[in-house]
Write a protein that binds this ligand. Structure first.
Ligand code: DCP
Ligand code: MG
Length: 357
């Protein structure tokens, strides 16, 4: 039986990419509290504590035991004084007063609500908050607030929680669409659902083709096919606006699919106007085939796993890793599979379901 002894704790590695973290989190009561602190600092754009609390939460998620006393917690990597005080408070009182204060804070609640809309970040949310806006209906009624269509839809229908059943349904629709327009293309699931998560805010896919240079024409084809079905199953398509995302330079599109109950609408079926359906966010990214492994590794996540993977490469190996390539001294290291990249980095391979850091 695993006990919280220093012997076990000394084996906890400092980087998330060295720890096998499944969705079975044995320290949820602590990590839930830490994640409120992470979110609070994210919304207020304070970097230091956000990073520190994210790392601490990630370490606790990876532990094969439940923390039941403070003994040995000082030996855990990335778990500092503040986190230990929080753990102590939760062990003693069953809750954290700092966390409860944040959860009850009107500004926090409002910013969290507003940033739940796709395309709304902390800055916009804060601007609306300072205008005195507190709800979606107030935003929609404000003549001075301009929303794009994605945001308009987001405020009314977009639901953040999706289960794997919906993810499968979306996979079927996307797969069918891709097969129709590009029979030789390949679609694979990535993101949180590839890690075996039960809930997520979107469904992520990578689309590739073995024909060199064809990847850039894939998405317009897929989008074209989907656009023919607008109002049947697609609410809104956006292929350009977010192309310059921080993650990589590959073509991508961000769209919303209509779901009837938990099922995606079939091609010929009419979607009832108004009520009766809900929406799922879908991301597609199309890298060149020789970049597939880097894209797959970069998009599978989790975010903390990715951050630590890149940091490990830089700090421990003096290499540069991103969604395009792995650079070592003066050469790019090739990779066909994710396993090749782990091997280049001298890391044990982690299955996607072990990357829930
Ligand atoms: N990603 C990243 N850094 C970001 C955004 C994303 O490294 N700033 C990577 C890791 C994510 C993956 O891309 O796991 C997909 O992004 P999502 O935001 O869709 O994250 P998940 O799919 O993991 O979670 P969710 O269930 O919320 O969709
Ligand atoms: Mg996702």
């Amino acid at each position: 039986l695993m006990r919280t002894g220093p012997a076990q704790q000394s084996t906890v590695c400092p980087y998330a990419c060295q720890r096998r973290t499944t969705t079975a989190n044995k320290n949820k009561r602590f990590t839930d509290a830490l994640e409120v602190l992470v979110e609070y600092h994210e919304l207020t754009e304070i970097e230091g504590p956000r990073v520190a609390y994210s790392r601490a939460a990630s370490v606790l998620k990876s532990l094969p035991w439940t923390i039941e006393s403070m003994g040995g917690t000082e030996a855990l990597p990335c778990v500092g004084e503040k986190t230990r005080t929080l753990i102590q408070e939760i062990l003693q009182y069953g809750r954290s007063f700092e966390v409860e204060k944040i959860l009850a804070d009107e500004r926090y609640q409002t910013l969290k609500l507003f940033t739940s809309v796709f395309g709304v970040g902390p800055k916009t949310a804060d601007k609306w908050y300072r205008r005195g806006l507190r709800s979606f209906s107030q935003i929609l009624a404000d003549p001075d607030v301009q929303l794009n269509r994605m945001q308009q839809n987001g405020t009314s229908r977009l639901q953040r929680v999706r289960n794997s059943t919906s993810a499968r349904a979306v996979e079927a629709v996307v797969g069918e669409t891709v097969r129709t327009v590009a029979p030789n293309a390949r679609v694979v699931l990535t993101g949180g659902f590839r890690r075996g998560k039960e809930f997520g805010h979107d469904v992520d896919f990578i689309v590739t083709t073995a024909e060199p240079g064809r990847e850039n024409s894939l998405l317009p084809l897929i989008m074209g096919r989907l656009e023919e079905q607008v109002s049947e199953r697609i609410m809104l398509l956006n292929s350009e606006r977010l192309r310059l995302s921080a993650m990589d330079y590959y073509s991508k599109c961000f769209l919303i699919l209509k779901l009837e109950g938990s099922r995606v609408q079939g091609g010929g079926q009419a979607v009832p106007a108004g009520r009766g359906w809900r929406a799922v966010r879908v991301d597609l990214v199309a890298p060149p085939i020789e970049r597939f492994a880097f894209t797959q590794l970069g998009w599978t996540g989790s975010k903390q796993f990715e951050r630590d993977l890149r940091r490990f490469a830089r700090v421990e190996r003096n290499m540069l890793l991103d969604n395009h390539a792995l650079f070592d001294k003066n050469q790019f290291l090739a990779a066909v599979t994710e396993k090749d990249i782990f091997a280049h980095l001298g890391l044990e391979y982690m299955e996607p379901w072990q990357r829930n850091a």
